[in-house]
Write a protein of this length. Sequence first.
Length: 266
Amino acid sequence: MDELLMTEVGARPVVADTDPEELVLPEEAERKLGWIADWLNKSPHVAGEWGLRRYIDGGFRALFRGASGTGKSMAAVALARGVGRDLLRIDLGSIVSKHGGETERNLTAILDDAKEQGAILLFDEADALFAGRAEIKDSHDRYANAEIAYFLRRIEAFEGLAILATNRSGELDHAVLSRVDVIVDFPMPAEAARQQLWSKMLSAVKMPRSDDLDTAELARDYALSGAEILRATRLAAMRASSADKPLDMNLLTSAASERVAMRRSG
């Protein structure tokens, strides 16, 4: 895909070095991700041999919603890796805010290229689809509504997997809901899930560690997302390396406290 085109619509390939096995989700979310994985492996049979192409297009659309850092992008990476496909992230906010006909031409080109390559599309910043089409007060509202309507029509015609990701929860516009096949919620991890995440992160750290590490205490005292736990672990490891000392509980609690403070100041 042309790099200039990708930049124009905020599109970029997702290259992640994080192991999808580090993903910790509730059972319901895992079950629904399993449905999507099944579709990726069996979609030709659903659309063709089962005769459903007469009634519905061959594509699949999923909505991932949850706070930042709860695993939405990581889950998309896991799905793509599971079937050996490329994952392309597109900033939906940049698409619906463009002017003129360039957005339509560029989006069409991206969808056509993704279909040819068999790529999975991850549309980030899908918040614009949540509040419903805005009441038309000026030409900007009219244009924004037209852009959203066009986007919905185009992804409905896309025969691959399109994932819409948003940090917001709330009621969906009916036009959006009617085009989505499954909604996967990514909640902030509960205490048990946080302990699993701390354990996974710390077990991956390839450096000396003290014997006082207590993942249960970290999970109990710091209500962090998975991404925040990862960054706290990385900060603590960096400080341990700089001090030429083992990774210990004081460094971890300090880093976790820093993450909590950053959230409050944000």
